[in-house]
Design a binder for this molecule. Structure first.
Ligand SMILES: [Fe+2]
Length: 268
């Protein structure tokens, strides 16, 4: 199987997004953002697999999972007017339901179907279950890395714009220098990913986004993380004060240490 028949899936997705857009009676902006996000995540997933070179069937699972990971965002937004799962529904699990309802994977083999559904269902979890089989874990990691890389782009684009920032973008967090989460800072200092649930301010969010460097699973995604510049700009936006100065320096040093030279061309 080749990547060629991905075209049918991509055409379906585009059409589904446009249908959902047509049903939207209010602001369709968030729907357009999610369509663009999906295309970016798919492109990044392709760049990751082009370099890491899984076997073709597994590669196809990675690309399908990237294409479909946020398929639930359109219905989530239309129904609940938010992308915050805690206030609406788990959009990973809802995506699995939609893919079944729409019979998107019925023409695929059972192993591929299982891997794609697993990755869509788990892509938005803070932590993955430890017993995840290797192939499903690989597909899930490709999607999660690519997803995080595009979220960095969106965050940087928004936070480099004029204040006040849109509450949806900054997750409703206050932009208050006095609010600092020790838990978020400790995670970043120890080279761990910080958790959304510990955020108290926009500065904490900047640290959390920077800490995603520690959760990149492939050389290509790690390189893109550093080379794209979004993470660096977000971290540079931290105040150089007693609370954030040290972690700002530390995260910038970690980013600068990533080798961004392109990988040698694959030999196969
Ligand atoms: Fe998502």
């Amino acid at each position: 199987m080749t990547d060629m028949d991905m075209a049918e899936h991509e055409a379906w997705f585009e059409n589904y997004a446009q249908e959902q857009r047509a049903l939207e009676t209010g602001d369709a902006g968030p729907i357009d953002l999610k369509l663009r996000h999906t295309l970016e995540v798919l492109a990044t997933a392709r760049a990751i697999t082009a370099e890491s070179g899984p076997e073709p069937e597994l590669e196809r699972a990675c690309h399908l999972a990237a294409l479909y990971h946020d398929v639930a965002r359109f219905e989530q937004y239309r129904r609940y007017r938010t992308f915050r799962d805690r206030e609406s529904c788990n959009h990973g699990l809802m995506g699995v339901k939609i893919l079944k309802r729409e019979r998107r994977l019925e023409g695929e083999g059972p192993a591929l179907r299982r891997r794609v559904l697993t990755a869509v269902g788990l892509h938005n979890r803070f932590q993955l279950p430890p017993a995840l089989p290797g192939d499903a874990a690989l597909v899930t990691h490709v999607v999660r890395d690519a997803d995080k890389l595009d979220i960095l782009r969106v965050m940087h684009e928004n936070l480099s714009g004029p204040k006040p920032w849109h509450p949806t973008v900054v997750l409703g967090l206050p932009d208050d220098e006095a609010l600092v989460s020790d838990t978020v800072l400790r995670a970043a200092r120890e080279g761990r990913v910080a958790s959304y649930s510990d955020l108290t301010s926009v500065n904490d969010l900047r640290v959390l986004l920077g800490s995603w460097l520690f959760d990149m699973h492939f050389p290509a995604s790690r390189r893109q993380f550093a080379a794209a510049g979004h993470a660096r700009r977000l971290i540079e936006g931290l105040p150089e004060n007693a609370a954030y100065g040290a972690i700002r320096t530390e995260l910038l040093a970690r980013l600068a240490a990533v080798d961004t030279a392109p990988a040698p061309a694959a030999t196969h």
